[in-house]
Design a protein around this ligand. Structure first.
Ligand code: 26V
Length: 759
């Protein structure tokens, strides 16, 4: 494989050198893609009759497909070597914009699982939407977030348009053409497929209007259809936004089912055997409209009765829950749903009646209903039909059984299971952290690259020489991040500072506010001469706030304001640096993560389903400062409490907490009131809104920032103290690297297959 790739790449690069040199970056990407395709066409092809699983997801955040394929085929090092030999920079491969077709963890997990399925020989295809605009590109102006469109579709050589396999999707007001774009997801012995659908108007209809001179309606129809794959998650605070979102969900669910059924028909088996051929994993509630749609198809197109169709659907579907935030569980007003999807709606009513009949007499039947007070609860429907329902970390899978799905759990306990998330280590370690990979290769050989659990053996390599080498690798990675920040963002930071890193979506429950308030607290201590021997630290943040999320945007503004405050103060600058890196995405994550000294995982206990950034940081040798929440719990179980910095109230303590009044804390703690008072027209600017949200109203300090502040500050000082002794700290890093061997997405996807799909 390596030989074929090498020959092909060299030949392609020669052509590139000989040709007109218009856009070298593009040329290099094309050359590498072509060489990859030469390898890919020799892999065993997709066999249409093989039983398979399908991952239905409204989000995929794959990062560069070229880089991902190189990582999956273990061709990255050789590729880099050849490019360097020929005088090109491998950096070019990260240059084109990533397809950023997701918001965060949910979409990134989908991409990691796809990569790992190909690597572990599991037949898993991904189905989603080819949004014209993925998540916005973030900038910072006057301390605040700006949003601009992200144009990514220009150059994606591994992607293939399959117009021949387009299908029509029907809505009450229009028919839309769904055109699939396929990307091969490769492993050493496997090609799977990511199929993303793009929406188009069906031309004959437009054309007629056009001929009739009705340009307005011809173009409007065209634009209406194209809007369906226009934007990732349109804001749903308006009726039009809601309708568009429902249309998106149905659009890709219906198109994907058609495509699957078409493949199944080619095998020539009776429809009753469909579930032997396909298992569908519903990634959160977004694709759950696939359930009534498949019921409808089985009844109307294949002539099955409802009971048979229901049984088939039960065998096919399973559902993963990714959040306990009530706001994120998809609900539709019955009227709206019926208006957009009148043919699908009756099947939801039938499901609701079926549930009512089957569970008649059950206590709390009302909680279980799919339709309540004219609102359709998609999560209830998913749980009622699916044969398996999983959470994404141990604690989260327990929480869903005792909270949102408590009543279902009482009736169907055997359906519920946990599958802890994992990460594609070939991307997050092999691609991102060359130094650490070589450190491992030199001590335990290279087999861990295919089998991450082997990395656990690294733990015993803890001589002073080993630990010093580990520290050197980290220091080199920090220098490399510093260069990147300078060249691409014009940001400066001293690589000798400790790098404390919080990178994730900005959300109140993730508590970036706790982090930045604590920085303000340290600043006050410094000014009062109360901060002794503090090791200089760079507090690094990155993440996007939803454009309509006011508080999250204020938190970004506060971070940047505190950054400026410290910058203006010569004494403070010697100890602190606050850095907000704009436009957090897969590419930036790959640069930041290997350079982190400390991983900030601060969510209020019980709110973060799992987290996956926490795993990536741990695998790259950053101990966690965090709460006992999500996968932090499992990270610490494997790596040891003594090698991490756990703080804050536990979930059980929070549940017992009656009548929490943050004002009590404000009045009883000078340390806390001093910090909070700075928010009110203090030196950093006016942040009265954040001040108020912490102290006033029914939801004052909803996420218990003030409650956990003192223990966070202590944990932070403890980590700072430990960091001063490089060997002590590297030993903790080493334990984390070895223990993160438990979080390979290879293992996760194998669990999905073993416990749910069996394909
Ligand atoms: C969405 C929304 C949208 C409405 C406002 C409130 C809200 C809160 C949370 C979400 C998250 C949607 C689902 C999601 O992305 N979950 C993430 O899934 C990751 C992969 O399983 C997991 O690691 C993260 O903990 C979880 O937040």
């Amino acid at each position: 494989m390596e030989d074929i790739f090498k020959k092909s790449l060299e030949a392609n690069l020669e052509k590139l050198a000989a040709g007109p040199n218009k856009n070298v970056e593009k040329g290099i990407n094309r050359a590498v893609s072509a060489a990859l395709l030469d390898v890919i066409c020799r892999l065993p092809t997709r066999k249409p009759a093989t039983p398979r699983a399908a991952y239905f997801s409204a989000e995929f955040l794959p990062g560069s497909f070229v880089m991902g394929s190189l990582a999956n085929l273990n061709l990255w090092d050789i590729c880099k070597q050849i490019l360097t030999q020929k005088g090109y920079s491998a950096e070019c491969l990260c240059r084109p914009r990533d397809p950023a077709l997701g918001n965060g963890g949910l979409g990134r997990l989908a991409a990691c699982l796809m990569d790992s399925a190909a690597a572990t020989d599991i037949s898993l295809d991904g189905y989603g939407i080819r949004y014209r605009y993925g998540i916005f590109r973030q900038g910072i102006k006057d301390f605040s977030q700006t949003e601009t469109p992200d144009i990514w579709q220009e150059d994606c050589p591994l992607e293939k348009e399959r117009r021949d396999q387009a299908v029509v999707v029907h809505f009450s007001d229009e028919d839309v053409l769904a055109v699939p774009f396929d990307v091969p997801i490769v492993g050493k012995n496997k090609i799977n497929r990511l199929r993303l659908w793009s929406a188009e108007a069906i031309t004959p209809i437009d054309f007629q209007a056009f001929c009739d001179g009705d340009f307005c309606s011809a173009f409007k129809q065209m634009n209406n259809a194209e809007a369906i794959s226009g934007f990732l998650y349109p804001p749903d605070n308006t009726e039009a936004g809601k309708i568009l979102r429902l249309k998106q969900q149905y659009f890709f669910s219906a198109a994907s089912l058609k495509s699957i059924l078409r493949d199944f028909e080619k095998i020539g088996k009776p429809i009753n055997l469909l579930s032997d051929y396909i298992k569908i994993q519903l990634n959160d509630t977004h694709p759950t409209v696939a359930i009534p749609e498949l019921l409808r198809l089985l009844c109307e197109e294949y002539g099955r009765d409802f009971e048979t169709a229901f049984k088939i659907c039960g065998e096919i579907f399973s559902y993963t829950n990714h959040t306990v935030m009530a706001e994120a569980l998809e609900c539709w007003e019955e009227g709206l749903f019926c208006k957009v999807l009148p043919k699908v709606y009756p099947y939801i009513v039938m499901l609701n009646n079926h549930l009512r009949q089957r569970l008649v007499g059950t206590e709390a039947l009302n909680q279980l209903l799919i339709i309540k007070n004219s609102v359709i609860h998609m999560a209830n429907m998913a749980v009622y039909v699916s044969h398996k329902i999983n959470g994404v970390a141990k604690i989260h899978s327990e929480i869903i059984k005792e909270s949102i799905f408590k009543n279902f759990y009482g009736i169907y306990p055997e359906r519920f299971l946990n599958i802890t998330n994992g990460i594609a280590h070939r991307r997050w370690l092999c691609l991102a952290n060359k130094g650490l990979c070589e450190f491992a290769d030199n001590r335990i050989g290279t087999e861990w690259r295919e089998n991450l659990p082997l990395l656990e053996q690294l733990e015993k390599f803890n001589s002073t020489a080993d630990l010093d080498e580990l520290a050197k690798i980290k220091s080199d990675n920090k220098k490399s991040l510093v260069r990147y920040l300078k060249s691409d963002f014009g940001l400066s930071v001293d690589p000798d500072y400790m790098f404390s890193v919080q990178i994730k979506r900005i959300h109140e429950y993730k508590r970036q506010l706790l982090n930045i308030l604590s920085v303000l607290g340290l600043y006050i201590d410094l000014k009062n001469g109360e901060l002794k021997d503090f090791y200089p630290t760079a507090f690094i943040f990155a993440g996007k706030a939803a454009p309509s999320y006011y508080n999250a945007k204020q938190i970004i503004r506060l971070i940047n304001a505190v950054s400026a405050l410290i910058e203006r103060d010569e004494a403070a600058r010697k100890y602190f640096k606050v850095l907000f890196i704009p436009d957090y995405n897969v590419k930036n994550a790959m640069k930041i993560i290997p350079a982190a000294d400390l991983s900030e995982q601060l969510s209020t206990a019980g709110t973060e389903a799992s987290g996956t950034g926490n795993m990536k940081l741990s695998l790259n040798g950053a101990p966690t400062i965090g709460t006992l929440d999500g996968a932090n719990i499992e990270i610490v179980d494997y790596a040891g409490q003594e090698n991490n910095y756990i703080f804050g109230a536990k979930k059980e303590q929070l549940q017992k907490l009656e009548a929490y009044d943050p004002m009590d804390i404000y009045y009883s703690s000078d340390r806390i009131s001093r910090v909070l008072d700075l928010l009110k027209q203090g030196p950093a600017g006016d942040f009265t809104h954040l001040f108020n949200s912490l102290l006033f109203g029914e939801n004052a300090d909803r996420y218990k920032v003030l409650l956990d502040y003192p223990s966070y500050q202590n944990a932070r000082l403890e980590a700072n103290e430990d960091y001063k002794n490089s060997r002590v700290y590297s030993q903790k890093a080493l334990k984390n690297i070895a223990a993160a061997s438990h979080f390979s997405a290879d293992q996760t996807v194998k669990n999905y297959n073993r416990k749910i799909w069996n394909v």
